[in-house]
Design a protein around this ligand. Sequence first.
Ligand SMILES: O=P(O)(O)O[C@H]1O[C@H](CO)[C@@H](O)[C@H]1O
Ligand SMILES: O=c1cc[nH]c(=O)[nH]1
Length: 242
Amino acid sequence: MSQIHVRAQSGDVADYVLLPGDPNRARHIASTYLEGVTEYTSHRQLLGFTGTYKGVRVSIQTTGMGCPSAAIVTEELARLGAKTLIRVGTLGGATPAVAPGDLVIATAAVPNDGTTRQLLGGAPYAPAASFEVVEAAAHAARALNAPHHVGLVMTEDAFYASTPDHARLWASRGVLGFEMEASAIFLVASMHGLRAACLTACSNDIGDPQLVSDDVLAAGVDRMVQVALEAVVRLDAADKKA
Ligand SMILES: O=P(O)(O)O[C@H]1O[C@H](CO)[C@@H](O)[C@H]1O
Ligand SMILES: O=c1cc[nH]c(=O)[nH]1
């Protein structure tokens, strides 16, 4: 049955779904990396595409920005039958150790957002990525020689509230960077028994809205997408054996 926002039918969406925030990134991934692509939705610019990568059926579904939109999309993808969700986003680095264009593979997301607070009724909870997907992504990053970090991110609502002091405080607690969707995707995926992960390319230093140069960011985004797609191939092979 078609959903309210992700206007697709069961069967339109693949088991494996990549989740960019940005619709232009969704179109870029679909047109650059997938074969036999169909666009199954464009409602509200939450563009969705399905095709194949190395013979594996994969969808690319835009989440929009922020947890409210990402939670809606995750919920509706679960209802449409998706099984494994991998966010492919950008993040503000919390520490100079995360260089422009570097890949960050989140193990969990500190939930500094209102959507997970509402869903949890204020109960403490640790929104975490699925170990199997993190492992597959880390393996793919090593195989592709993609500079990468594996660890915590913070998910927040207020893009312009972040300051260098806030970033340094959270970096001292192990946070690698800041983004705006992972906590909601992890929680809603867990509530539906789905696997989820979050890969991000570093687009800027936190507190500095100036993005890294277009070519450095584009190269980082493309490395991230290749890592995500190779992780899907690895997961699919393991899933078929299980
Ligand atoms: O590049 P995307 O995937 O949109 O991710 C990041 O960029 C947006 C903010 O500029 C937020 O959505 C944040 O999470
Ligand atoms: O949430 C985000 C994403 C990218 N860069 C930031 O500074 N914050």
